[in-house]
Design a protein around this ligand. Structure first.
Ligand SMILES: Cc1cc2nc3c(=O)[nH]c(=O)nc-3n(C[C@H](O)[C@H](O)[C@H](O)COP(=O)(O)OP(=O)(O)OC[C@H]3O[C@@H](n4cnc5c(N)ncnc54)[C@H](O)[C@@H]3O)c2cc1C
Length: 370
């Protein structure tokens, strides 16, 4: 059988690429070296922040609008909230450039944003700014992927090859995926490569543009803090004096509050060399933040490591493969890609299958690096 589309990598982006292809009525073969959702790549750790206001650039606003509409659809299909539309709070020392940039982007993009003087559950210093983003919230990571994968697998014409590391080549007419385990080949008319932290191996032309960063996630006991969703505690992002961004989530069903750092990860050479151990210095950053801003929170009881795939400017890289108008990739998501997964999955599918995407992705082209 010759598939309309082959998708390599079924993490956050590839899962939604398969969904987009199936929705178009295409036949699609998805491949993953592991069994997603899994903890080897960049899509694990129970929750992801979704924020509509973006200091990173105005070109993210159409993506977030598209993604939020898609997350609403996922919720409707699931019959329960996988995307929790709780709103989100951002806070920073007065006139912090990162928060100011985010506010300016929201205003330019016509997004609603409310300046507030209190953040529920947070001890906000009197001389700090805070805003509420009504479109913000959080997404359940693994359960959402499992749900979407399960839904897609029911569509006729969708095949998933799991535990199957593949390589790809173009034979002049079709894309040929070689399955490492068996050396057997699967053929497709178009190709979407969504390799997450394996991008430097899967897309060697990106090698000089990508860098892996090790980041840590931590879960604290909620103690007697007011961190319950029912207490009005929302996901938050705080821009600190030293340039670090710390973000967190309401207590989960086990009473654990997830808090993580975003800016000061440690570079690593390759995905196989990411140090998965968590050290007291990793925990101290989060414990200090929690002690300062979240009254009565308990101790950190669990931690985890997850790699970011950094592009040189922190913006995504989305393009056709060199010389291949029927092949496209998404890479360099720089630690902020999950919230956009439905939009990015659709875009990479459209680029590969149709040659162009409905949404404007010119800001994300590889050519910007010269
Ligand atoms: C600690 C941490 C916190 C984050 N927080 C947020 C957040 O709050 N909000 C947000 O929006 N984003 C966040 N992100 C970023 C977001 O989670 C990632 O951008 C996104 O999940 C990456 O998805 P992906 O599909 O690109 O990669 P992955 O999910 O890692 O998937 C890549 C897949 O490709 C497969 N693969 C690779 N090579 C091959 C091959 N040769 N053959 C077959 N399969 C292959 C792998 O097995 C893997 O399953 C965070 C990331 C981390 C690490």
């Amino acid at each position: 059988m010759i598939y309309d589309l082959a998708v390599v990598g079924l993490g956050a982006i590839g899962t939604f690429a398969v969904r987009a292809a199936a929705t178009k009525g295409l036949t699609v073969a998805g491949f993953d070296a592991h069994h997603p959702p899994h903890a080897h790549g960049s899509t694990h750790g129970s929750t992801r922040l979704i924020r509509a206001i973006y200091s990173e650039g105005p070109y993210y606003v159409p993506l977030i609008r598209s993604a939020i509409a898609a997350w609403d659809e996922v919720n409707a299909e699931a019959g329960r909230p996988l995307y929790h539309a709780t709103g989100a709070h951002y806070f920073a020392p007065r006139s912090h450039p990162d928060l100011e940039a985010a506010i300016a982007t929201a205003e330019d993009g016509g997004l609603e944003l409310v300046r507030v003087s209190d953040v529920p559950g947070i001890a906000l210093p009197a001389d700090w700014d805070a805003v509420f983003d009504p479109l913000g919230g959080f997404i359940e990571v693994e359960s959402t992927l499992a749900f979407v994968q399960d839904e897609s697998s029911r569509q006729s014409g969708v095949a998933a090859f799991l535990g199957e590391e593949v390589s790809y080549a173009f034979d002049g007419e079709l894309w040929e995926l070689t399955r490492k385990n068996t050396a057997s080949k699967v053929r497709a008319k178009s190709l979407a490569v969504c390799p997450g932290p394996w991008a430097a191996q899967m897309l060697p032309f990106l090698k000089d543009h990508l860098r892996l960063e090790r980041h840590t996630l931590h879960w604290s006991e909620s103690g007697t803090s007011a961190t319950g969703e029912s207490q009005g505690f929302t996901p938050f992002l705080s821009h600190l004096e030293n340039g670090e961004w710390i973000y967190g989530f309401p207590a989960d069903e086990n009473g654990l509050v997830k808090i993580a750092e975003h800016k000061f990860g440690k570079s690593c050479k390759s995905i196989s060399e990411v140090d998965r151990d968590v050290y007291p210095s990793d925990r101290k950053v989060i414990a200090d933040f929690a002690e300062r801003f979240i009254p009565n929170i308990g101790a950190i009881t669990r931690s985890s490591v997850c790699p970011y795939t950094m592009s040189p400017d922190g913006d995504f890289i989305i393009d056709h493969l060199p010389g291949g108008s029927n092949a496209a990739f998404v890479a360099g998501l720089s630690g902020h890609g999950y919230k956009f997964a439905p939009a990015l999955g659709r875009i990479v599918t459209e680029l590969a299958v149709d040659g162009s995407a409905d949404l404007d992705v010119s800001a994300f082209r590889l050519g910007r690096f010269g």
